[in-house]
Write a protein that binds this ligand. Structure first.
Ligand code: UDP
Ligand code: MG
Length: 328
């Protein structure tokens, strides 16, 4: 049997409404896993407070005080889900044998943990949680998500369909992940690049049981855009292709106009002229924007700023674990 000291990594941003209940359910589940031998008694839950403005960190501190099962780190400010998750994984990396990351709202079915651990025991270093259905999502979210995965794959990024960040990673997979130093983080795109033996576990995704989504439409779109532009230069190539296309089309048009002129037709076409000016102007601006996006990305990568800064940490896992979790 592979060593199985498990860290559950849970990023939290303004989650005071869900945290107490999440902690209760996670503890119950983890206790059962420990009692059944699927996870070692040194296993822990690691909350990452992503610069919350509500009492999330106070709740984590209290949980830690009352129960050695709960650990926490707090980032110096809000850095977004991906960075918070990375902070958690990098903290967990050399403290455990494997980590499983999940959201604080328990939308991802916690009962799937058994299947994750079974795959790990079979020798997998990365196990992806994949939603079996998106029934709990709005039609809009479902459709746009489907389109997004198609687009990503078409542009050459190896994403796993319908996999969010519910994922198991072994210590060596996290170690490998730590070598990817990019600042524009899109973990779903990076983890497949890590390699190793992988597997998929399917689960039902539930609705959030309290609180609001921390991913409003704007954040979601910018996340999707980041996903594409952090992994693929296809958009730039498309611009080049469009440029070629337009160039040859205008050459042909010019030829036609010239022949018309020679044959004595006068072209009136003010509307056509104005139309094409605006159209070409628009296309050019769009093209510049896309290129700018890549230049901007290069700029932020080159600066190599830290991806997260840990302000406080409650990582004392030397406190004795309770004898029998299942009775608590
Ligand atoms: N989250 C975070 N930082 C942020 C936004 C979100 O750490 O800036 C966390 C949040 O607390 C939750 C997870 O990321 O644990 C996923 O967020 P949410 O459930 O709101 O997203 P959704 O499920 O609606 O896509
Ligand atoms: Mg959620």
């Amino acid at each position: 049997m592979r060593p199985n000291k498990l860290y559950l990594v849970i990023p939290c941003y303004n989650e005071e409404e869900v945290l107490p209940e999440t902690a209760r359910r996670v503890k119950e589940k983890l206790s059962r896993l420990i009692a059944g031998g699927a996870a070692s008694p040194e296993s822990r839950v690691l909350f990452v407070n992503d610069g919350s403005r509500d009492s999330t960190w106070e709740i984590i501190c209290k949980l830690h005080e009352e129960d050695p099962l709960f650990l926490g780190v707090s980032l110096s400010r809000n850095r977004g889900h991906q960075n918070a998750l990375l902070a958690g994984l990098m903290t967990a990396m050399d403290r455990c044998d494997l980590s499983i990351s999940m959201d604080a709202d328990l939308q991802d079915d916690i009962e799937a943990l058994d299947a994750f651990l079974a795959r790990y025991q079979e020798g997998c270093d990365v196990v992806y949680g994949v939603r079996s259905s998106r029934a709990s999502d709005t039609v809009f979210k479902r459709e746009t998500a489907g389109l997004f995965y198609k687009l990503m794959r078409w542009m050459g990024t190896p994403v796993v369909d319908n996999h969010a960040d519910y994922r198991l990673m072994s210590a060596r997979a996290m170690e490998a992940l730590s070598q990817f130093e990019e600042v524009n983080l899109f973990l779903r795109g990076i983890v497949p690049l890590v390699g190793f033996k992988t597997a998929i576990v399917t689960y039902e995704r539930h609705e959030r049981f309290a609180g609001m989504s921390k991913y409003p439409l704007g954040k979601m779109l910018s996340f999707a855009f980041d996903g594409i532009t952090s992994f693929s230069t296809v958009p730039i190539r498309l611009i080049t292709l469009a440029g070629f296309g337009i160039f040859f089309a205008s050459l042909a048009a010019l030829l036609v106009f010239l022949i018309q002129k020679l044959l004595g037709y006068t072209v009136q076409g003010w509307a056509t002229l104005m139309g094409s000016i605006w159209l070409i102007g628009g296309i050019q601006l769009l093209a510049l924007g896309v290129i700018g996006e890549y230049v901007g990305k290069t700029y932020t990568e080159v600066k190599h700023r830290p991806r997260f800064i840990i302000e406080s940490a409650l990582l004392d896992d030397s406190r004795p674990a309770p004898e029998d979790f299942s009775r608590r």
